[in-house]
Design a protein around this ligand. Sequence first.
Ligand SMILES: N[C@@H](CCC(=O)N[C@@H](CS)C(=O)NCC(=O)O)C(=O)O
Length: 221
Amino acid sequence: MPQCDSASTVLTAYADVPAPVRGQVRDLRIRWALQEIDRDYRVDLLDVFKPRPDSYKAWQPFGQVPAFDDGQHQLFESGAILLYLGEQDARLLPVDPAARWQAITWLFAALNSVEPFVAQIAMLDLFQAGKPWAAEARPSAVKLLTARLVDLQTALGERDCLAGSFSIADILMVTVLRILDHTPILQDYPALAAYKARGENRPAFRRAHAEQLESYASPAN
Ligand SMILES: N[C@@H](CCC(=O)N[C@@H](CS)C(=O)NCC(=O)O)C(=O)O
């Protein structure tokens, strides 16, 4: 298994998180990429419920996870870490310039054009649940998201992957779409649901997902 206590590649994650966000925390993106290329890594676990120390903020300025260190570079931001890993392995980022730039373009699209709309729904449903204004804001958030999902489904068309072959763009887009798992929204987008399922059925995703869940201190409920 790539997760290995003596590995020189280090990733940060949380020691425990509340049930609704298990399997969603963004260290999953990096675990998945590392599993795809069979690279050993170890995980530094942080307490999500405690303020992160200044020493950690010198590495990840916002105190979030994931952060990454391979002994050469200390990085943060899941997209940047994926891009860095992609630069090192054609299984994550094609070498052909046209396909490579398509993948990089879609990586940014997942982060900038889709994730904010998806994350807004999770914010309203999971993190602000019960607030009257959250219920009021939801229909307009769904409307904005709908426009993005319609266009994303059209752009994906009949393709299996966003940029020719599987790449870091798919790791990002699939993990972004998974943020909607607590809702039935993707049922209205069968091609996107099938695309997400293809990603989740990859052996590397399954291993990464299992390792993330196994790392949590308290049992799932
Ligand atoms: N843009 C960052 C977002 C990282 C992020 O939102 N991390 C969450 C976990 S998925 C976190 O650490 N949240 C706790 C906090 O913000 O204090 C990335 O993609 O790496």
